[in-house]
Write a protein that binds this ligand. Structure first.
Ligand SMILES: *[C@@H]1O[C@H](CO)[C@@H](O)[C@H](O)[C@H]1NC(C)=O
Ligand SMILES: *[C@@H]1O[C@H](CO)[C@@H](O)[C@H](O)[C@H]1NC(C)=O
Ligand SMILES: *[C@@H]1O[C@H](CO)[C@@H](O)[C@H](O)[C@H]1NC(C)=O
Ligand SMILES: *[C@@H]1O[C@H](CO)[C@@H](O)[C@H](O)[C@H]1NC(C)=O
Ligand SMILES: *[C@@H]1O[C@H](CO)[C@@H](O)[C@H](O)[C@H]1NC(C)=O
Ligand SMILES: *[C@@H]1O[C@H](CO)[C@@H](O)[C@H](O)[C@H]1NC(C)=O
Ligand SMILES: *[C@@H]1O[C@H](CO)[C@@H](O)[C@H](O)[C@H]1NC(C)=O
Ligand SMILES: *[C@@H]1O[C@H](CO)[C@@H](O)[C@H](O)[C@H]1NC(C)=O
Ligand SMILES: *[C@@H]1O[C@H](CO)[C@@H](O)[C@H](O)[C@H]1NC(C)=O
Ligand SMILES: *[C@@H]1O[C@H](CO)[C@@H](O)[C@H](O)[C@H]1NC(C)=O
Ligand SMILES: CC(=O)N[C@H]1CO[C@H](CO)[C@@H](O)[C@@H]1O
Length: 550
């Protein structure tokens, strides 16, 4: 309680000062959207009507980041060129050049997505500071070409949570500890922690995250967001610091399904630099905003794989909210089929509890190969890191990397394998994981019951889709009630359960089914509007009215 008061006081004072400043201008605050909840379409309307410019928007977001970052550590760096890029995009708009619906709108991207500009790309490690790339990551290039302002880099669980057995979600050596905005010292989940927190309180319109197993879905869930974890191969991974070519994917983290759909439409597509994208069943990807149909649940068949829900003593509010969500989905005209269980669930659980499970082999072996491939593309590499072995050596020796209080157990295991993903033992493990996620898991359940999608509380949703490269969309479903008992993480004491901490609902489908999943998530969101029912404990007070010149 006392720490909450201490945190809030400086922001309250700053707000008082700025309210006075903005009252000196002629701008009517009511014509300006609140950046905490603003939608893409409200920003588009404001930019088109000239109520504010992209420079105004960029200034406001930079001030908002500076206002809260000392507490939340959500952003590792701000693009030093953001304001000049915004001015250039304003000039283009003035002469009639509109590159895409998101022309002139700022986004943050996770600090494992490289850009060829003044920003570092480090996965949160000091080892890669100053390293440079030959071009932007393909997803970053697509955003830039669409006129999106790359405002900065979001902090993350270091190495996308692929280093340590006893670190914390949202901690990186370079960026510090991200905390969530819904409870003091809140575990932000991860690994796209800074992306989630930044999007949740409006430090940009929205953000990009990356997922190998849960890293978009889980932080979106606990930070009250919509997250799209695309089919592996829908979005290019070229020049994104990898874990696993078989499981990695890049997706949007936004405050609404609509905003996420706008962003996915920009970043999806084939790329010769990531040949998994050549499996896309179309020449150009769909316009996902066409899936935003209030009636899309009508006539849909939705399954509940109950055996994938492993209840715990803190999950009663999640179970209650899930049952209420099922009723909303039925009332919206869907046929809900219960107990569409995963046939290989028990075998999957047994395999993943082994000391070296199949998924660990896949990720370890991929990481050894894929990290070396990423590093081989760098155009400068100040610390000469060429392999995982080099990286482990750097990390063990460089004090700010906090070794051994944050160990390197995952790397130690990957290095002790002694092989990479060209080895027959890798393929044996990959066959198992593909089966657990596919025919023994999501695909088998969909087929057996002729379903369009499965639903699960997001806490239980990432594992099987990760193994088979399948898409998932999460949307806010509820939050812990005010009398919840606080539960802290085992290491480093972050608050994982507590009053107001949100959680989501996931829709799972077969490869390339994002259009359907987005439609279902939208139909659910538009009937429930859960996001608006819970407020963060800390929000930046800077608004457009503080920067717009009359
Ligand atoms: C508008 O400005 C952009 C950027 O300065 C320039 O590339 C483009 O040619 C201009 N278009 C027109 C129609 O003037
Ligand atoms: C990149 O990292 C270096 C070292 O921390 C820092 O001096 C530089 O400002 C960083 N770049 C940006 C854009 O923050
Ligand atoms: C995909 O690209 C990788 C690396 O660029 C290459 O090793 C592999 O042979 C390619 N696979 C196909 C099917 O083209
Ligand atoms: C919206 O979804 C419903 C149910 O699937 C369908 O009947 C309707 O045609 C869709 N509307 C549009 C505009 O696609
Ligand atoms: C599905 O799983 C649930 C939870 O484990 C179990 O209670 C139920 O009996 C199972 N149903 C079928 C049809 O296997
Ligand atoms: C939940 O159960 C575990 C042991 O199963 C116990 O240690 C923990 O205190 C319980 N938490 C709550 C909030 O009851
Ligand atoms: C993978 O291992 C094989 C066999 O040891 C080796 O030839 C190859 O260079 C390794 N590839 C990478 C990317 O480490
Ligand atoms: C490990 O790093 C240290 C300095 O940090 C260096 O002196 C040593 O040569 C490195 N060893 C290997 C095997 O790369
Ligand atoms: C993490 O593990 C390492 C190695 O076992 C240990 O030295 C360190 O104390 C652990 N840190 C925490 C916070 O438990
Ligand atoms: C919180 O309140 C609800 C409704 O009054 C009650 O059912 C629940 O047991 C309470 N939980 C705790 C942890 O006190
Ligand atoms: C932009 C920014 O605020 N960066 C900060 C990220 O976190 C590190 C470690 O806490 C700070 O040193 C940076 O200033």
């Amino acid at each position: 309680m006392s720490s909450k008061m201490v945190l809030l006081l400086p922001f309250f004072l700053m707000f008082a000062a700025l309210s006075w400043a903005s009252s000196q201008t002629c701008i009517q605050p009511s014509t300006l959207p609140d950046l905490l909840d603003v939608t893409a379409e409200e920003l588009i309307t404001g930019l088109e009507s000239g109520t504010f410019s992209s420079v105004d928007l960029t200034k406001a977001y930079i001030l908002r980041i500076q206002e809260v970052n000392d507490v939340l550590h959500a952003v590792t760096e701000i693009n030093p060129d953001a304001l000049s890029i915004a001015a250039a995009l304003d000039a283009e708009r003035a002469n009639g050049t509109i590159r895409s619906p998101l022309h002139g709108i700022p986004m943050l991207i996770k600090n494992n997505i490289a850009t060829k500009d003044k920003m570092n790309n480090t996965a949160g490690s000091y080892s890669l500071i100053g390293a440079t790339v030959p071009r932007d990551a393909t997803v970053a290039a697509k955003l830039r070409a669409a006129g999106v302002i790359l405002l900065g880099k979001a902090n993350l669980s270091q190495w996308a949570n692929y280093r340590s057995s006893n670190s914390s979600n949202g901690w990186s050596a370079y960026g510090g500890q991200v905390t969530g905005a819904y409870y003091p010292n809140m575990d932000p989940s991860g690994s796209s922690s800074g992306s989630a927190v930044s999007s949740s309180i409006g430090l940009a319109l929205a953000t990009l995250g990356t997922e190998t197993d849960g890293s978009i879905l889980s932080p979106s869930s606990v930070n009250n967001l919509v997250g799209i974890k695309p089919t592996v191969g829908l979005t290019s991974r070229s020049l994104v610091i990898p874990i696993s070519e078989h499981q990695d994917t890049i997706g949007p983290m936004a405050r609404s399904v609509t905003d996420a759909a706008y962003i996915l439409s920009i970043i999806a597509g084939k790329d010769a630099s990531d040949n998994y994208t050549s499996a896309q069943p179309w020449d150009t990807p769909p316009d996902y905003t066409r899936s935003l149909n209030f009636s899309s649940l009508r006539g849909a068949r939705i399954g509940i794989p109950r055996n994938g829900i492993t209840a715990s003593n803190t999950s009663q509010p999640i179970s209650d909210a899930f049952e209420a969500a099922i009723q909303v989905i039925k009332n919206a005209g869907a046929t809900v089929v219960d107990n569409t269980n995963f046939s290989a669930w028990d075998a999957y659980v047994a395999d993943s509890s082994a000391s070296l499970g199949s998924e660990s082999i896949v990720l370890d072996a991929d990481f050894v190969s894929n990290l070396a491939h990423y590093l081989s593309q760098l155009t400068s590499n100040p610390n000469g890191i060429k392999s995982l072995a080099d990286e482990a050596n750097f990390t063990h020796a460089f004090k700010p990397e906090a070794y051994p209080s944050r160990d390197t157990a995952i790397w130690d295991q990957a290095l002790s394998l002694g092989y990479n993903n060209s080895d027959a033992r890798f393929w044996k493990a990959y066959q198992k994981t593909s089966f657990f996620g596919g025919e023994g898991g999501v695909l088998g359940a969909l087929r057996a019951h002729k379903l369009d999608a499965l639903i699960l509380p997001t806490d239980y949703s990432p594992g099987l889709p990760a193994l088979a490269g399948l898409p998932v969309v999460t949307v806010p479903m509820g939050f812990y009630p005010s009398n919840s008992t606080v539960v802290k993480s085992e290491h480093w004491g972050l608050v994982q359960v507590g009053p107001n901490i949100p959680f989501g609902l996931s829709f799972l489908g077969p490869k390339w089914s994002e259009e359907k999943l987005i439609g279902f998530a939208y139909a659910f969101e538009q009937r429930t509007h859960i996001r608006s029912k819970v407020q963060p404990y800390i929000v930046p007070n800077i608004q457009l009215g503080d920067v717009v010149q009359p």
